[in-house]
Design a protein around this ligand. Structure first.
Ligand SMILES: [Zn+2]
Length: 419
């Protein structure tokens, strides 16, 4: 075995042991003593069994996240050899570049999916064991196949575009990549609710009634012009609760999971939806994308330099012909995930800021802090989310403020009656 491999494996083993110790045993879910017995204390609204399961599930998920993420990076680097063999195979099969690329991406993605399948399946078993997932193995496998199909088409198109840009502009390709990401991002937001989401679930218009009337009123107040309020059948996949507004412009739609309709009271649904509409009314998609684009300018520049140095100093000696080689795809993906990972804390901070604003918006629109607090108690209990979590988790996985913080904020509006 080569020396760098030994160092890599040893280093990773030490890191993994640290992660296991910390997330496996450390006391990381306790509330400050002054919060005990209040309405943020899970003891007051969850059963001891639910509390125990929520903690255990969060520990498992954290361990998986912090071990799997670097492992996937390492895996990509290790796949370069096989990737070169794949490239040689597709070059033998056809001379047409586009076909070569399509076939290569399919071979490569299939291999990655196959390698990850056992781990993903294990995670599914865990989620089923804790009672948050209901998905049947057949549906789960079909979903994986759909993911693979969508990823094959999108990655092939992206990769094709990227290689074309690299050929045209070997030195400034990163600027073009960055500029083209703007319309691409908007396009994805636009087609997401009408093309991608229906591939997985059936969306039906929400049935007429007082709830729909109230939701339409909130939507109109929030500037959502469409009458698109949908119910989506998620109960055969999960017990968790969720609701969202997706898409932009005329494609915008308000979506409620059927689990949410089933488990929350109308008042709670209204305040949750008012939060979601806040994201829309305050154009958080645009702010979020704008922030991402600013950040990505520096990121794409640094990432592209790093990628080229990596190819020159390491890749070429292993048989890669240059940055534009098909077989360099795993290294490209590794660089993208590494740089994305580095800015995850920043992105999450921006996301939490927008969540706080959406909570404020919901309180302005409904003033119903009591319903919001009870909705989040139910959310914690059914989604099995601990109400608080350590900083390290908030940094990398905290897209929302902790439930403790949110309920404490809603408590300020607890006594004002709904308008
Ligand atoms: Zn939100």
């Amino acid at each position: 075995m080569k020396r760098w491999m030994v160092v890599l494996i040893l280093g990773f083993a030490v890191y993994a042991a640290g992660i296991l110790m910390y997330f496996g045993w450390a006391d990381i879910y306790s509330l400050p003593p002054e919060m005990l017995g209040t309405n943020v204390d899970p003891e007051t609204f969850m059963s001891p069994d639910q509390i125990q399961r929520a903690e255990a599930l969060s520990r498992v998920r954290s361990i998986v996240y912090f071990i799997e993420t670097p492992l996937q990076l390492i895996l990509m680097v290790l796949l370069v050899g096989i990737s070169i063999r794949f490239r040689k195979t597709v070059e033998r099969l056809t001379r047409r570049r586009v076909l070569q690329l399509g076939l290569f991406v399919l071979l490569f993605l299939s291999l990655v999916y196959a390698l990850m399948l056992p781990f993903d399946y294990l995670m599914l078993l865990v989620e089923r064991h804790y009672g948050v997932s209901n998905v049947a193995t057949g549906t789960w496998l079909t979903d994986r196949a759909k993911n693979l199909g969508i990823e094959w088409v999108t990655s092939s198109l992206l990769f094709l575009g990227l290689l074309a840009i690299m050929r045209r502009s070997p030195r400034r390709w990163w600027v073009w990549v960055w500029m083209l990401s703007i319309p691409l991002l908007l396009f994805v937001q636009f087609i997401q609710p009408v093309i991608i989401e229906p591939l997985y679930n059936e969306f039906i218009p929400l049935r007429e009634g007082p709830l729909k009337k109230e939701l339409l009123r909130l939507a109109a107040e929030s500037g959502i012009s469409s009458e698109n309020i949908y119910e989506v059948n998620m109960s055969e996949r999960t017990n968790q609760l969720n609701a969202y507004v997706s898409g932009i412009g005329s494609n915008a739609r308000v979506v409620l999971w059927d689990t949410t309709l089933e488990k929350l009271e109308p008042r709670e649904i209204l305040v949750v939806m008012a939060h979601e509409m806040g994201h829309y009314a305050e154009r958080h998609i645009f702010w979020g994308s704008g922030f991402g684009l600013l950040l990505s300018f520096g990121l794409v520049w640094a990432g592209s330099r790093f990628y080229e140095v990596l190819i020159r100093n390491w890749g070429t000696s292993r048989g890669l012909s240059g940055p534009g080689d098909l077989a360099a795809l795993p290294l490209l993906l590794a660089v993208v995930s590494l740089f994305t990972l580095l800015v995850t804390p920043l992105n999450n901070t921006a996301s939490r800021l927008m969540e706080v604003r959406a909570d404020r918006y919901a309180m302005r629109l409904t003033g119903d802090g009591a319903a919001a607090a009870s909705a989040f108690q139910k959310l914690a209990a059914t989604n099995l989310s601990p109400v608080t979590q350590p900083r390290l988790l908030q940094l990398f996985l905290g897209t929302h403020p902790t439930i403790e913080k949110r309920i404490r904020y809603f408590n300020q509006y607890k006594d004002t009656s709904a308008p």
